[in-house]
Design a protein around this ligand. Structure first.
Ligand SMILES: [Zn+2]
Length: 157
């Protein structure tokens, strides 16, 4: 079985990845908001400042017709939306991974285990199934991991 230290390392690595993804998602959402604003600006036949063009990756030294500018903006918008989707999938995967890693391997996160005993009466054997609190996690359903990691996990939930 994998040692708890190894599992804790994997959890920390996954938390770090989740944090990086969150930062990128926040940045992308801001950029997408800006692009939407710029598309409205072009639709209203207003001028986009050179700073804003540079900020979203359009060469400000060129002159564009409103149609071309809108096409460029939509292209950038689509690329960023695709990236955002990928990040959200990655975010969900990492969260699932954390749930999987922190789950008690004995009771599979249920917090209880079942024990079947066999009673002999006359010639018959009767099985009795008893549900007990999981002795490994004491009913918590989670691995007994380092409290600092638990604090980090609370933050991402
Ligand atoms: Zn358990």
């Amino acid at each position: 079985m994998t040692s708890i230290i190894q599992i804790e390392e994997d959890i920390l690595k996954t938390i770090k990845e989740l944090e990086d993804i969150k930062i990128e998602i926040t940045n992308l959402n801001q950029e997408l908001k800006l692009i939407q604003e710029l598309i409205s600006t072009v639709n209203q036949n207003d001028i986009i400042s050179k700073d804003k063009m540079l900020e979203i990756g359009i060469d400000p030294t060129q002159i564009y017709s409103p149609t071309i500018l809108k096409l460029k903006l939509r292209g950038i918008q689509n690329t960023k939306k695709t990236r955002l989707n990928e990040l959200q999938i990655g975010h969900n995967k990492n969260k699932q991974l954390i749930n999987h890693l922190t789950k008690c391997p004995i009771c599979q996160g249920k917090g209880t285990t079942t024990k079947t005993s066999y009673d002999r009466n006359d010639n018959r054997i009767t099985p009795t199934t008893k549900t007990e609190t999981c002795p490994t996690c004491q009913g918590k359903g989670q691995l007994n991991i380092n409290s600092q990691i638990l604090e980090l996990l609370k933050k991402i939930k």
